[in-house]
Write a protein of this length. Sequence first.
Length: 510
Amino acid sequence: MKKIDPLGKGPLTKEGSSRSAQMDLASQASGSSSLTENACKKAALYASKGSQKLVSRSQFMTPEREGKLPRFDEGEIGVGRLLREGKFVNWFELSDIRMRSDAVESLSSWSDEHQQQTIKRATLSDDCVSEKYAIKCFSKKALRSARSYTDAASRLTAETIFLVNMSHPHLLRIEALSEAGIKGFLKGTQHCFFTVVDKIEMTLEDKLEEWAAEDAALSNRFGGAPGSLTVEDSHPDNKVRRDFLLRRLRVARDLASALSYVHELNVLHRNLRPTTIGFAAVDGKVKIIDFGVAKELDATKNFRKDSSNPKLCPSERIYFAPEVACREIVGLSADVYNLAVIFWRICSLDLSTPFKELTPGDYFDSCVYGDQRPPIDSSWPVSSILVWMWRRNPMIRPSMKDVFKTLVHECGVEDAGQTIIGSSGERRASPIISSEALPLPGRRRYSQRRRASLNRLNTGAQAAALAAVKALAEAGETTTSDDDAPTVSPPIDTIYMRGPRSRASRRTSI
């Protein structure tokens, strides 16, 4: 039985892929790619099977959505300057679109579907400017070996399917696809498969450097340590400092908005980094630009067993949630932890990598199995919720929707020109989510109520006993010594207080 790949335009079989690969590879110049015919065929088959599996098991994806996007041949696309170079993909400026002369000659004899495709192609061609769109295709590093090419093909295919089926102002938007679809992988060239997307001016990593320089200039002008928000800095008369804070809060809010939408679709991103977050060249909106390793979770479980082996390099391991680093059961809260580290970098404007000097063993003991985190300034607007977002236990982290609501409130307070810092310089807790009253999952919430109830009982019993002893002493009926004093159970918090755990016991906890 022939299977249709979601991003292709026809059946992809082993025999057909072999003949197509022979013709396509023979037409290319020698030395343009070191990939063999079998490597190209393997990458195409892996990408085809992966896309079929992804769409068939999804609760929101449909193969019809990608059919509505315009398609262009490789020869119709004008490739401009290189914008970004990554491990698997490169970003090029889209200089122009040169439509074939025969594309509109027989328009009247085509079906309605072909007519709509031609109209969309012509519209995008007329609207094509180098400042608006970019081309996302393979990098030269991805073409060096069969393994890297297969991984890059699978990632680029999965990312395309996710972004085609999702629509949010702060997610990367795909405007057009390559006409060959997955069959283009049989060529094994850099532009054999591409997508036309929003042009990204800079990544969040670049923006952090820009903000750090601006923050240093403001610190020299108004005083205060870089990255901090003191009472003087937040004074209503200090409009420059307030606007600078508000711009960063809005970026954090928009990221939480996009991830809240993604989580509503039960999709786990798994790869939030400053390099996977960009700013559009046209309007400057922040966008999540990489979905290569995203996963849709089971709708009935909301978690999955993550058997992948992430490479915890010192520069990126801080972004991995503890359950991801330990290859445990992973849920949507892993993105909450991931976003907490992004928020910390936005607030602190610290360009260095925390705990980079630690050895792998020390890092696991301190940050993965332990609770050591980067330092938080109490004056930050997100300080109260940041503590909960990167907790070791994923069950007590807030949902992405609650994080978004908190940031909406913070941005609303700043837009209204209200002071968000107390007189003592301490950050006031958010009325939506605070460190004193955070909604917890069922069992944790029940334990919290039970503990508070027992504490009230112990406190009441202690007060009653002391009152009775005092009354008897005043009446002169009895005398008490320290040994005769009534003993009262300590508060339940004291009973359940635990000391440091060993490495073996820490590994068994979630």
